[in-house]
Design a protein around this ligand. Structure first.
Ligand SMILES: Nc1ncnc2c1ncn2[C@@H]1O[C@H](COP(=O)(O)OP(=O)(O)OP(=O)(O)O)[C@@H](O)[C@H]1O
Length: 365
């Protein structure tokens, strides 16, 4: 099995006359063997992208190409794709083995061969020995592994994953992430992964396409979108927390935090400084390398780490900066601290007065 090149061009889906499009003019190219995440809030059109790609729904406009071939009018089962949904949709009365063998049986593969192949794919998802069990006797995590094995048994060139791990608890989800990474190394399918969890997208995907209200806001490598979001909406959907209003003049952002240089040039004008909380270092007020001095006003635990909010008074107001402390680092509220804001962790999003809307000429991936 090896992945194909998936090209979506101008995909649009309007459900009813006069209603806002579920998806509008969506274009994306996914290289062979790459995993692209589609990230967005509920109702933003993520599942619509998958359904149109799979042929489960017809686009109002636009096209789907796989390895250069236009798939218009091609039935879902003939597209070389397989889909895994949030709920595994197994046949409860069939054995695990026969659930996985189902696609082969439908294709006319003899029962014995189909069952042997099913066992191979059950092995790949680490369910050796589960073949005889009825599907209804599985845990949620096991069911999702069977659904994955069934999808892989169809030897798809493109694997479509629609929030496949979101119903699982945190530990199982992490196990499934490891399994998927392992499967990618062995089988190399092209993957479109729908998720509303930026951490999941970061853990699994090479690239991400961010959707909001049916429109593509930005697409590109994960790291690039974290470092250079084109709008506040993208920054927020990727978990960005710090936003400091100001203005860019001569390549520097000016705000209550002072005049800060930026990693690459941004057009002059009103712009919001965004700083990833992972990049900020909290030091002492006396630290000579500090970029700003402020007071810790809030601290909350997130797993092993603590996230603090530091208020920095400056010209024209106060800026609030979130920072993730080093493991084991403790800073009580009320303390005056220094902040280092590494230049690679800064970015300025030009705004035209409407929060989240990029202006013409704003950098895009
Ligand atoms: N069959 C349909 N008829 C009418 N509207 C629909 C239909 N299917 C989807 N929509 C609308 O299209 C928009 C996009 O839906 P879609 O399921 O693609 O969103 P999503 O991003 O996958 O959401 P979620 O994360 O909640 O699953 C939504 O506003 C939805 O209500």
């Amino acid at each position: 099995m090896s992945g194909g090149v998936l090209r979506l061009t101008g995909l649009t889906r309007v459900h009813g006359k006069g209603s806002a499009p579920a998806l509008a003019d969506f274009s994306l190219e996914v290289p062979a063997g790459a995993c692209m995440a589609i990230l967005g809030p509920s109702g933003s059109g993520k599942s619509t992208v998958l359904r149109l790609t799979a042929g489960l729904d017809e686009p109002t406009a636009g096209s789907v190409h796989l390895d250069g071939a236009d798939l218009a009018g091609v039935l879902p089962e003939r597209r070389g794709m397989a889909m895994v949904f949030q709920r595994p949709l197994l046949f409860p009365h069939l054995s695990v083995r026969d659930n996985v063998a189902f696609a082969d049986r439908v294709r006319g593969v003899p029962r014995r061969t189909a069952r042997r192949r099913a066992e191979e794919f059950l092995g790949l998802v680490q369910l050796d020995g589960f073949g005889d069990r009825p599907a209804r006797a599985l845990s949620g995590g096991q069911e999702q592994r069977v659904a994955l094995a069934r999808a892989l048994a169809a030897e798809p060139r493109v694997l479509l994953l629609d929030e496949p791990f979101s119903a699982l608890d945190a530990r199982l989800r992490e196990e499934m992430h490891e399994l998927l990474a392992d499967l990618r190394m062995r089988l190399d399918p092209t993957i479109l992964l729908v998720t509303h969890d930026h951490a999941e997208a970061g853990a699994l995907a090479d690239g991400v396409a961010v959707l909001d209200r049916g429109r593509l806001l930005q697409a590109g490598p994960m790291r690039e979108l974290y470092a250079r979001p084109a709008s506040l909406a993208v920054s927020r959907l990727l978990g960005g927390r710090t936003e400091v209003a100001g203005v860019v003049r001569d390549g520097r952002h000016e705000s209550p935090l002072g005049s800060l240089d930026l990693p690459t040039p941004v057009p002059d004008g009103p712009a919001v400084l965004v700083v990833r909380h992972e990049a900020v270092q909290v030091t002492t007020a006396a630290d000579p390398a500090t970029d700003a001095v402020g007071t810790v006003v809030r601290a909350r635990r997130r797993g092993m780490r603590t996230l603090v909010t530091v208020e920095v008074p400056g010209d024209g107001g106060t800026a609030a900066v979130d920072a993730e402390l080093e493991p084991g680092q403790e800073v009580p509220t009320g303390r005056t601290v220094g902040l280092r804001l590494p230049v690679e962790g800064r970015w300025a999003v030009p705004v035209d007065g409407v929060a989240g809307e990029p202006v013409a000429g704003a950098p895009r991936a």
